[in-house]
Design a protein around this ligand. Structure first.
Ligand code: URA
Length: 234
């Protein structure tokens, strides 16, 4: 894999968040075969689409060192990327599965695994520097697809927006900082098991992302399938 661009990736022994650094130290003792560091973004440097997740799962991305790889959420995210032409469709939940993304990159709002999968606000705020660095490092970026409210709010703040105005909703869409910010419920097992997020709902957001990346401005499939499309220009 190519080297990350400066500012887009924390160092392996990042100490900016004391709680997360301490947790990773414990993980290094307890789970020495895991990656156990800030998980780098994964994908194409020419990405037009940046998918922003929450944080690595302990025995998924934190183990493999690749976002959403080994986490149940990846079993929906990676097929969605393949279906809409953003990968070579070789996902097999292993770092050496031969998967390559096309015109897409995946990152997390918080790069280090948090205890109980729950980062605190200060950690999200601290790690935003790397999110901003990642956005800035993608010269062809057009669309950010945020998975869940924490990712959405961090992206909005990172792009200079106001979360009271650019509110999170499944299917929300805003123009901010020269990009389109789309959001979906997070594709976690909790949301899919409870029916809050279905595969069809998730694919619909990806279809919109694909259309935006390909420069098709229309609302194509019609508003009835996307009832809460919000648009704002800055
Ligand atoms: N794994 C990740 O890398 N990010 C998430 O948001 C969830 C699982």
């Amino acid at each position: 894999m190519s080297e990350p661009i400066a500012g887009s990736q924390p160092p392996y022994f990042c100490r900016r968040c004391p709680r997360l650094f301490g947790f990773l130290e414990e993980c290094r003792d307890r789970l020495p075969r895991h990656f156990n560091g800030p998980v780098p973004s994964f994908g194409d440097r020419d990405a037009a689409l940046l998918v922003v997740g929450l944080a690595p799962g302990l025995n998924g991305a934190n183990k493999t060192g690749r976002p959403f790889t080994g986490d149940a959420a990846g079993d929906l995210l990676y097929p969605a990327l393949a279906k809409f032409g953003f990968s070579n469709d070789r996902f097999d939940a292993r770092i050496d599965d031969g998967l390559a993304l096309r015109r897409a990159m995946i990152t997390n709002a918080v790069r280090c695994v948090p205890p109980q999968n729950k980062p605190i606000g200060a950690e999200v705020n601290t790690c935003r520097d790397f999110l901003i660095g990642q956005i800035a490092a993608l010269p062809h970026l057009k669309v950010l697809l945020c998975l869940g409210k924490i990712a959405h709010d961090s992206v909005v703040r990172g792009l200079g927006g106001k979360v009271a105005r650019e509110k999170f909703a499944h299917g929300s869409e805003y123009e901010l900082g020269g990009y389109t910010v789309l959001s979906s419920y997070h594709c976690s097992r909790y949301n899919t098991n409870t029916g809050r997020l279905t595969e069809a709902m998730f694919f619909e957001v990806f279809a919109r992302a694909r259309d935006l990346v390909e420069g098709q401005p229309s609302f194509c499939a019609a508003a009835h399938v996307r009832p809460r499309v919000l648009r704002r220009r800055r």
